[in-house]
Write a protein of this length. Structure first.
Length: 268
């Protein structure tokens, strides 16, 4: 398995069976498609050739990029500092459009068909559905803080931090495109992140556990984790990163990378 890691200390790392080397400056978030890898951090986003690690171009980007994805022929970067999502040309890096994305937004998810984008709007309590031009199609109101969003089954899912007495708990909602929301899973711990899977299921990461759900809303697995910071599904693999430890591992528990300040990783 090839692996790219955005490490805040070591820089952007490229790993495969033959080598492990630094190919760029430290970054915060990654995305990849079509033989290219994008890494954002410190007000810049750079594009690299997946196989060689060669830098293809660089572009200015907002600070605080917490999530990235490829949508059609654009690269989208979500900034928790600017409360916005920005779309760049995947070919040249030119800025195409920018849109509000809630209050301290937390996550992005492109539709498998490439024509729409979900944004977890954070403290605004909204999940936003945008088109490829970042125009708002609909805003879905949800309880508490929206920590993650993804396409799920025949609709969507939103992971929220909801007050229960004096504590915040994780609640996962299945949301129809018309706006009907149904709570389908809950844990008495803080939620961190949500990742959609190619088969229509999802994985939710909370302080203490990662839980996978099938598209039919039934639990597929539960894996103890101290505090999942990132969840990544690519090339048939799921990666989990533990916050504060910089450890990326598979659901089986096998570590594939360890770095004290590793922030994101992407299997390619």
């Amino acid at each position: 398995m090839g692996l790219w890691v955005a490490d805040g200390d070591r820089g952007l790392m490229r790993l495969d069976r033959a080598e492990r080397r630094r190919v760029g400056p430290p970054g915060e978030s990654l995305c990849a498609r079509g033989g290219r890898v994008w890494c954002a951090g410190a007000g810049m986003c750079r594009c690299y050739a997946e196989r060689t690690g060669e830098t293809l171009y660089g572009m200015a980007a907002p600070t605080g990029v917490c999530a990235m994805c490829v949508l059609g022929d654009s690269v989208c970067a979500l900034s928790s500092d600017a409360d916005s999502v920005t779309a760049f040309s995947a070919e040249t890096g030119e800025i195409r459009c920018c849109a509000p994305a809630g209050v301290f937004p937390r996550g992005l998810c492109p539709h498998p068909g490439g024509g729409a984008l979900l944004v977890a709007g954070g403290a605004s309590g909204e999940m936003l559905l945008l088109n490829a031009s970042l125009e708002k199609l609909k805003a879905y109101r949800l309880p508490g803080t929206v920590c993650g969003a993804c396409f799920f089954g025949r609709g969507m899912a939103a992971l929220c931090a909801v007050e229960r007495g004096e504590t915040l708990c994780a609640r996962l909602y299945a949301v129809s495109f018309r706006g009907a929301a149904e709570e389908i899973y809950g844990l008495p711990m803080l939620p961190n992140c949500l990742c959609g899977l190619p088969d229509g299921g999802c994985v939710m990461g909370c302080c203490g556990e990662a839980v996978g759900l099938k598209a039919n809303k039934k639990a597929a697995f539960r894996q103890p984790f101290s505090c999942p910071l990132r969840l990544r599904a690519a090339r048939g693999r799921m990666l989990l990163c533990e916050a504060g430890e910089g450890v990326f591992s598979l659901p089986s528990g096998r570590r594939v990378y360890s770095g004290e300040n590793a922030l994101d990783a992407l299997p390619v």
